[in-house]
Write a protein that binds this ligand. Structure first.
Ligand SMILES: [Zn+2]
Length: 78
């Protein structure tokens, strides 16, 4: 009798771990085409999307200090 309970518990635990693993694997984000620049005012990292489509100079707003500044492609750090 106790053997059956242990067996059922083991099955429930293993299926639970299986679903937990699957949901974690499914949530993994795809590598987006992004680059970062460091803010000229506060030094925070600003994420820039689609760096390949940028012009030689582009303006980006810092999310940390709310300052918009001009950056060059040379400022990008991947
Ligand atoms: Zn900033």
């Amino acid at each position: 009798m106790s053997y059956k309970i242990i067996l059922v518990t083991a099955v429930i635990l293993s299926t639970g771990a299986f679903f937990l693993f699957r949901s974690k694997a499914g949530k993994r984000p795809q590598d987006a085409a992004t680059a970062t620049v460091s803010c000229k005012k506060c030094g925070a990292r600003i994420v820039v999307s689609n760096p390949a489509k940028l012009h030689q100079e582009f303006s980006v707003k810092c999310g940390a200090c709310d300052t918009r500044k001009l950056y060059k492609l040379a400022d990008l750090a991947r």
